[in-house]
Structure formats: structure tokens, C-alpha cells
Ligand binder design. Structure first.
Ligand code: ZN
Ligand code: ZN
Length: 359
């Protein structure tokens, strides 16, 4: 805990900041442990740190916060009274222009923009964080297997999403890390196709992207499976994505850049004539936020280091036809990596052969 504050203070010193006002919820939670960070901020100075929240959270802050909590609705007054001189850093990627202007007036100084100061520090996870992520990943595996048992003739996408959410919430999950994606048939061509009313039919591919949140930490996993007899062309898309995904996972190790890893999957898919169908980047860091640093993309110079948690998730999307994505969650280790997603990712079909073939 103090180690985290020490790292923030070192980053503040590099930028000659006397104080740092942390407002991004994941960063607030990371520094304080407070579970309702959307309604709180953390102010860090050279020798002190405070959680600033209001009277709705008096008890909760007392129970959860690892730093002194100040209960005061007018949090800007607290910042102004505690930072009387020296530059005050703010999180430019999170603070609105309106808040920055109001703060400048109250504090009597123009806040100093910082970007990514805290998110950079959060890239490498400590043991407690890795433990929470492992538990979130394990719960995600179980929720997926549970959803597969619900694939019966005519089941609607939204029913699978609801089964997943109920399972997560009743088995120790704090929430979903993001809205469950269930995209079947031609809807599979939408990388972020949220579950709809569409019934799942025989012969379709189904892509489910889900993640549980445990103790504030996210998991993220995607699987694609077939229902009944799937056309050979769609099965071929699946095998190409699986090949690319396995190759990219195998390449994850300390020192590899986001760019290099993205290229492993992208080059393989290009060999299958699917370069244009891979419409997004390979992956992203996961922690208190489901999408955070580092990035695994064709433009990313981020270098993998032990303790980082990342996804590897190539996908191909054919408009009007189908889509496939396979996503695993990994920890970068000293030796290479450890895969946290254990739900089988090889080709599997669920038999729902008497599912309606028409809506
Ligand atoms: Zn995902
Ligand atoms: Zn993801």
C-alpha cells in the first residue's frame, strides 16, 4: 500500500509536482482500496494522502479505505486548503474541462495536466492483484461453462447473457467487468455485438465475450462455438483464428512489444487471406479497468514485463456471414506467460439440432 504511494510520489517528483489529485476511479481504488471510487478522489502530497468523499460513504470509507478519509461534500475546498503552494497535478485523461476550470478558481492556481501517470504504475500487478484476477478468471470460466448448458433450441442471446450475469453475481462476483457480448450467426460479424433478442439457430457460430469482476479486478475471455452442423467455411474461419491465437499466446514473454505480438497473429491470418477481416488490435492490459495499459496493437511500443496481465484476442468478422474471436487472459511471467483462461477453446459444437431454423 505504502509502496504504491511511494511510486506515485516518485512520479510526482519527476514532474516537480507538490501534490497530485487522483480522480480516475480505477486509480482511486488502487491507491485507497475504497470500493465506490466513482464518488471519491485521492489527494497525494509529499507526506500525506487522503481519500475525499461525502457523507453517503462515511461507514464504507471507514471500513475500506487504507488512507485517511475526509468526509466533505465540497471536496475542492479540501484540496484548496491542503495544497497552498506548489504545482497541483491532475489526471487530464479523466478530469473534465469544467471541473478543471472550477478547481483552478478554488485552488488559486492552474492545475498541471498529467496523462497516464497512475495507469503506467498500475501495469505491473502485485501478488494481491494477481490473486484477485486469478479468481475473476476462474469464475469467468465457470460462468461460460454454465452458459453452454443453457444452449437449447431457440434460446435467445439475451437469455445466455442473463444466465452468465446471474451465475457471476451468485458465485462471488462483485459485478460483470463489462456488458456480456453474445453474437450469433450474422451478428457474429459485430465485434461488440451485445446480446440481443435473437434466437440461436442450428448451423450458427456463437461468440460469447464475458468477464467477472472480483474484488474490483476484471477478467476478460471470449469463446466461439458452433451449434449443430456448421458450414465448412465457418469452421475454417474458426481454425484460422485458433491457429493465430495459439501462436500469439506462445509469443508472449518479457521483452516482447505489443507491436510484435500483434504481428504474430496478423501475419498468420493474412496467410489465410483474412488480413482485412481482423478488424481490431490483438489485446490489452486488464486490471481494475477491463481495458488498460499495456496495449497489444500494430502501433504499440509497450514492452511486456513480468506481472503484466494482458489479453490475446484475434478475431475475424465477415459482414453478412459470421464472426469468430478467441480471447485468453494471461499473466506475463519471468519465463514467459501463464494462461488464466481455462475454458476449452478448441472447436466444439453444442447440439441444438432441433432449434428453429427461422425466427
Ligand atoms: Zn473480451
Ligand atoms: Zn478483451
Amino acid at each position: 500500500m505504502n509502496a504504491r504511494l511511494d511510486r506515485v510520489r516518485a512520479a510526482m517528483e519527476e514532474r516537480s509536482l507538490a501534490a497530485m489529485l487522483v480522480t480516475a476511479p480505477a486509480n482511486v481504488r488502487w491507491l485507497s482500496g475504497f470500493g465506490s471510487p466513482e464518488d471519491a478522489r485521492v489527494l497525494v502530497t509529499k507526506h500525506d494522502a487522503w481519500l475525499l468523499t461525502d457523507a453517503r460513504y462515511t461507514v464504507q470509507a471507514e471500513e475500506q479505505s487504507r488512507i485517511e478519509a475526509i468526509i466533505e461534500r465540497d471536496w475542492m475546498a479540501e484540496v484548496a486548503s491542503r495544497v497552498r503552494s506548489g504545482p497541483l497535478g491532475v489526471e487530464a485523461e479523466h478530469m473534465t474541462l469544467a471541473t478543471a476550470a472550477a478547481l483552478a478558481g478554488r485552488a488559486g492556481q492552474e492545475p498541471v495536466r498529467t496523462e497516464g501517470l497512475l495507469t503506467r504504475l498500475r501495469r505491473v500487478k502485485d501478488e494481491a492483484e494477481l490473486d484477485a484476477i486469478r479468481r475473476a478468471a476462474a469464475l469467468t470460466d465457470r460462468a461460460y461453462e454454465h452458459a453452454l448448458t443453457r444452449v437449447v433450441p431457440g434460446v435467445r442471446e439475451v437469455e445466455l447473457a442473463l444466465a452468465i450475469e446471474t451465475f457471476v453475481r451468485t458465485n462471488g462476483g462483485e459485478a460483470m467487468a463489462f456488458d456480456v457480448i453474445v453474437a450469433s450467426g450474422t451478428r457474429g460479424a459485430m465485434p461488440h455485438g451485445l446480446a440481443s433478442d435473437k434466437p440461436i439457430r442450428d448451423g450458427e457460430l456463437v461468440t460469447i465475450d464475458l468477464g467477472a469482476k472480483v474484488d474490483g479486478y476484471c477478467a476478460d475471455m471470449t469463446r466461439t462455438f458452433g451449434v449443430g452442423a456448421v458450414p465448412d467455411a465457418h469452421r475454417a474461419l474458426f481454425e484460422a483464428v485458433l491457429e493465430a491465437q495459439n501462436a500469439a499466446v506462445a509469443a508472449v514473454r518479457p521483452g516482447a512489444t505489443g507491436k510484435e505480438l500483434d504481428a504474430v497473429a496478423r501475419d498468420l491470418l493474412a496467410r489465410h487471406g483474412l488480413a482485412d477481416a481482423f478488424a481490431h488490435s490483438l489485446g490489452h492490459g486488464v486490471g481494475l479497468d477491463v481495458h488498460e495499459a499495456p496495449r497489444l496493437s500494430s502501433a504499440s511500443d509497450d514492452v511486456m514485463a513480468p506481472g503484466m496481465v494482458v489479453t490475446v484476442e484475434p478475431g475475424v468478422y465477415r459482414a453478412g456471414e459470421a464472426g469468430v474471436r478467441i480471447e485468453d487472459l494471461l499473466i506475463v511471467t519471468d519465463e514467459g506467460h501463464a494462461v488464466l483462461s481455462h475454458a476449452p477453446k478448441e472447436w466444439r459444437t453444442v447440439d441444438a439440432s432441433d432449434a428453429p431454423t427461422d425466427a
